[in-house]
Write a protein that binds this ligand. Structure first.
Ligand SMILES: NC(=O)c1ccc[n+]([C@@H]2O[C@H](COP(=O)([O-])OP(=O)(O)OC[C@H]3O[C@@H](n4cnc5c(N)ncnc54)[C@H](OP(=O)(O)O)[C@@H]3O)[C@@H](O)[C@H]2O)c1
Length: 242
């Protein structure tokens, strides 16, 4: 018997990184898992890797009609996890403003649209886990648009938690710190990545990046703790504590 037996989980960004680790954890706990991303082959490979009947639905979360189609593909939603999207790094005067608009299209409106279509299919006892990042709380150089995005998602999550509490739907925000083993584009050349990571790790009291498994542990907690709602959980090795 798994803790999530009989639950239907929709996980955007579930083909790689944090979303994939959450999909694995939920599937191992008995959930019927649907993963979404833009690349069909990646989703097929991930589904084959995870087993447990995990299936992929090709979805660009920046396209409202595709988000609707994703939610239409399931009879109900017990767990909605919205990890899809990337990051935009760079000095404010150099990043093209379209990159920030696309970032918000995918990671803000993509998450809000998923909630819009999923909530009518969610019964009391179901849960939404949004995804932001610690830039919503900690200043990072060359990440102004991402910081704004993370803060917006945190605010959206708190507001939705109060709005949806009367329906018995819990809403929380997973806010990852620096997390390795993901496909995220840090915006630095490969030969500089090691030094860049070391400079970020120097901010972390635990002196290591997080793993995708650390993030999946947090998502599992948020999926199963029936009294947790309205929270933004920074999983960051203590970065935002100092
Ligand atoms: N890694 C970190 O240190 C860190 C820190 C804070 C926050 N985060 C956030 O955590 C979330 C998960 O990221 P990750 O680190 O696991 O990176 P990742 O491995 O790059 O995962 C992002 C996933 O989102 C999918 N995706 C991107 N744009 C999409 C779109 N428009 N529609 C549908 N799917 C889309 C990607 O698949 P396709 O390319 O196939 O679409 C990919 O599977 C992201 O929102 C990221 O910004 C990460």
């Amino acid at each position: 018997m798994g803790a999530l037996d009989g639950k239907i989980a929709v996980i955007t960004g579930g083909g790689t990184g944090i979303g994939l680790a959450i999909a694995e954890r939920f599937a191992n706990e008995g959930a019927e898992v649907v993963i979404a991303g833009r690349r069909q082959q990646r989703l097929e490979d991930a589904a084959a890797q995870l087993g447990h009947g995990v299936r992929g639905v090709v979805t660009d979360v920046g396209d409202d009609a595709q988000v609707k189609r994703l939610i239409d593909s399931v009879p109900r939603v017990d767990l909605l996890v919205t990890c899809a999207g990337g990051a935009v790094f760079g000095a404010v005067e150099t990043v093209p403003s379209k990159a920030w608009r696309d970032l918000f299209s995918d990671r803000f409106f993509g998450q809000l649209s998923a909630c819009h279509y999923a909530v009518p299919k969610m019964a009391a006892g179901s849960a939404i886990i949004l995804c932001s990042g610690i830039a919503g709380h900690a200043a990072l150089v060359n990440y102004s648009g991402g910081a704004g995005l993370c803060g917006a998602v945190n605010a959206m999550g708190r507001s939705l938690s109060v709005e949806l509490a009367p329906k018995g739907i819990r809403v929380n925000v997973l806010s990852p710190g620096l997390t390795r083993d993901t496909a995220i584009d840090w915006g630095v050349p490969p030969e500089q990545l090691g030094a860049f990571m070391d400079s970020l790790v120097s901010n972390i009291p635990l002196k290591r990046p997080g793993t995708v498994r650390d993030m999946a542990d947090a998502a599992y907690f948020l999926a199963t703790c029936s009294y947790a709602t309205g929270q933004v959980i920074d999983i960051d090795g203590g970065w935002t504590a100092v």
